[in-house]
Design a protein around this ligand. Structure first.
Ligand code: SF4
Length: 486
């Protein structure tokens, strides 16, 4: 089944994927995984899948749609009484949005099936595919995750750690994986730790893995720690083993997880995302104050903590100026053109009482193409706002992401083509201020060397091969000396 992108309404950076795994001989692992995926739904809404292993075989169900659309009681029961399960929620960042690219992906090996769920994006997919084809392998899926699964299955190793030791050194790029054979499970993170991945426990000998630790708490687990870059944590009947498969490279966790992607109740590097976003708001108020403004409003939901922080630091009252329809983005029904043209209006409605006659500070987390921001500013003005000061909790996005976030090609990024003053004019704002990269780091409370921030500064921690770069990088280095317009 083909589907359109799930976000015909807006242009926000699209989340990538969520992975989940549970090893627990004493409970209904399919049901636990269902609720784990439910907590990770924000990371991908195009497809969902669960694979269950019972010591002998793997049973898999996956389909296009939200977790609640893909699974019901009957489907969960049909997955059987296994001892462990892995699951995935997907937003396609590599390969088109079709059912055959849904995950987990499962292939047969000499020792039984092997199932893989992947978050991230490889940068050497083409080379790996060419290598497999040269070996006579027919590839039946177009994404990098399928290649990883195929390579692991082709090793024909009995122990998961031996297959990982053979395959991981060949992968370049971002990957947080949960891998399962009928008898073993592994959680693996690339040597840069680009995408998050955590382990928790449910009790003696029972473990849970998740892209974000919020999903560990949701299933009643206790967050233990993040998987280390280059590490594989393996669990089976003999217990848990922690193996450093690849040496940790320069750490480069995606800073956008802090700014936008991760859920506010998640922790990365022992920092709670909510607190970091609130401090980004404090910092933004210091860097770009708005004297004389009457109200600070967030673009709900991700900018709420930052707007609260801005209001606290600036002593301008916080208020809600936009009501969000939380469900509009999550429909598979194609909007008619007339509704499509309404774009942001289908998703946000202005609260006239809060806006009319007021000088408004509008806080958002990022500007990608600029079209939505422009529509929102217009909406606020039409609702009576006399001034709209746009404050963004990230630096200008000037470079594309190759590590698993769908943010558009460089030529579509407004900050790659225009100065900040031109962007302000385009979106119709009274003033525009972006938080500096230094300000982001100060808010998180960690040095920038621990993060990938390539979409802001163009310093890619993992080499991007020229043929990959050319597909997204259309412009010269667009950095300009123009951080402020107000
Ligand atoms: S390029 Fe940007 S979005 Fe992509 S991993 Fe790096 S910081 Fe994250």
């Amino acid at each position: 089944m083909h589907s359109q992108r799930l976000s015909p309404w807006l242009e926000a950076p699209q989340e990538e994927c969520g992975v989940f795994g549970v090893y627990s001989p004493e409970e209904e692992v399919a049901r636990t995984t269902y609720f784990g995926l439910f907590a990770l739904q924000h990371r991908g809404q195009e497809s969902a899948g669960i694979a269950v292993a019972d010591g002998h075989r793997i049973v898999l169900h996956k389909a296009m749609g939200l977790v609640t659309q893909v699974f019901d009681e009957e489907v969960l029961k049909a997955l059987g009484d296994g001892t462990m399960a892995i699951g995935h929620t997907r937003y396609s960042t590599c390969g088109s949005s079709v059912e055959q690219n849904a995950q987990p992906i499962c292939y047969a090996s000499a020792y039984g099936d092997i199932a893989v769920a992947h978050n991230g994006n490889l940068v050497n997919t083409q080379e790996l595919g060419d290598r497999l084809r040269a070996d006579g392998v027919e590839l039946d899926a177009t994404n990098d995750s399928a290649l990883i699964a195929r390579m692991l299955a082709r090793c024909n190793k009995e122990r998961i750690e031996d297959a990982l030791a053979e395959v991981l050194p060949q992968l370049q790029g971002a990957y947080s994986l949960v891998v399962m054979t009928p008898r073993q499970m592994a959680a693996v993170r690339d040597p840069y730790g680009i995408r998050p991945l955590s382990i928790g426990h449910l009790g003696d000998g029972r473990y849970v893995f998740a892209s974000e630790n919020c999903a560990i708490s949701v299933v009643g687990g206790h967050f233990h720690r993040e998987i280390e870059p280059g590490e594989a944590v393996i669990v089976d009947r003999d217990g848990l083993r922690e193996i450093q498969v690849l040496p940790t490279a320069k750490r480069a966790t995606c800073v956008f997880e802090f700014i936008y992607f991760a859920r506010p109740d998640t922790q990365i590097y022992s920092r709670t995302i909510y607190d970091a976003r609130r401090r980004m708001g404090h910092q933004l108020a210091r860097e770009h104050p708005t004297p004389g403004a009457h109200i600070v409003i967030p673009i709900p939901d991700s900018a709420v903590p930052a707007a609260l922080g801005y209001a606290e630091a600036s002593r301008i009252p916080f208020g809600e100026g936009l009501v969000k329809n939380r469900y509009i983005q999550r429909t598979f029904i194609e909007p008619v053109q007339r509704m499509r043209d309404l774009g942001a209006r289908m998703k946000y409605s202005p609260l006239r009482e809060a806006l009319a006659g007021h000088k408004v500070v509008m806080v958002d987390d990022s500007i990608v193409r600029g079209t939505t921001t422009g529509k929102l500013v217009r909406m606020l003005r039409e609702a009576g706002a006399t001034e709209v000061h746009v404050r963004i909790t990230s630096p200008p996005v000037r470079f594309p992401c190759y590590y698993g976030i769908d943010m558009a090609d460089q030529k579509e990024l407004i900050a790659a083509r225009k100065s900040i003053e031109q962007i302000r004019e385009d979106i119709g704002a009274t003033s525009l201020g972006y938080l500096s990269l230094q300000g982001v780091m100060r808010a998180i409370g960690l040095p920038k060397k621990l993060f990938c921030r390539a979409c802001f500064d163009g310093e890619y921690p993992i080499h991007i091969p020229p043929h990959v770069r050319v597909t997204k990088m259309m412009l010269e280095d667009p950095r300009k000396d123009d951080e402020v317009t107000d």
